[in-house]
Design a protein around this ligand. Structure first.
Ligand code: MD3
Ligand code: FE
Length: 199
């Protein structure tokens, strides 16, 4: 990694422009099969980030809470995780086990994600891998407990991050994006892929 922040390993610029474009093309197929939607939080507020998923499970939220679902809200199965993403996972984690879910987050102008923990998975000992594409996003990482000091880093298109071990339960979020800072997405915005083992 080029940077390690509280145990989160960051490979800055790991994917070159052609690799980013290839990934984006694969994600277009995912979005055609499983269109982006804006989940509602359990308090009935729409999230500013639009999402969809690939894999055995997709992440979902509504007034009943956060969870993984076997189908897209339209009732179709989630499309398969693209091979390009699975290859990257194998390379970086060295695992035989493949992820069950690749969550696709799209941050349009003004979108953000508040500090939270990822704890909807059965076993926190599996690593998580995240890929950033498009506009830069200000990623913030905190502590296992609520509150306390935090550290921030701008994630750019082609940056890849893995977290494993004690960093798995740290609070984290995206404060804001620099809309229009990248030319990768014609419409602007930031895409983040997060791959996880769910069960
Ligand atoms: C650090 N997404 O979908 S991914 C999420 O950029 C989420 O869209 C952010 O947080 C995004 O849940 C950040 C990177 C990431 C994922 C999981 C983590 C960082 C993490 C778990 C613990 C600590
Ligand atoms: Fe998260």
């Amino acid at each position: 990694p080029t940077l390690t922040l509280r145990g989160v390993k960051i490979w800055q610029g790991l994917l070159d422009r052609p690799a980013q474009e290839a990934l984006l093309e694969d994600l277009r197929a995912v979005q055609r099969a499983a269109p982006l939607f804006s989940p509602e939080t359990r308090w009935g507020k729409k999230m500013s980030v639009r999402m969809t998923s690939a894999g055995k499970y997709g992440w979902y939220s509504d007034r009943r809470g956060y969870r993984y679902e076997r189908q897209h809200p339209s009732g179709v199965d989630w499309p398969p995780i693209p091979d390009s993403v699975l290859r990257l996972w194998s390379e970086l984690t060295g695992l035989e086990r493949q992820p069950d879910c690749c969550l696709v987050n799209l941050y349009g102008e003004g979108a953000k994600m508040g500090l939270h923990q990822d704890r909807d998975e059965a076993d926190f000992s599996w690593p998580v891998m995240s890929v950033s594409l498009g506009d830069e996003g200000l990623f913030r990482i905190g502590n296992e407990e609520r509150g306390g000091k935090t550290e921030s880093v701008w994630l750019k298109s082609g940056d890849v991050l893995t977290l494993q071990g004690p960093s798995r339960l740290l609070h984290h979020g995206v404060d804001r994006i620099r809309f229009g800072s990248s030319t990768l997405l014609a419409q602007g915005g930031r895409i983040n892929l997060t791959c996880r083992v769910v069960d």
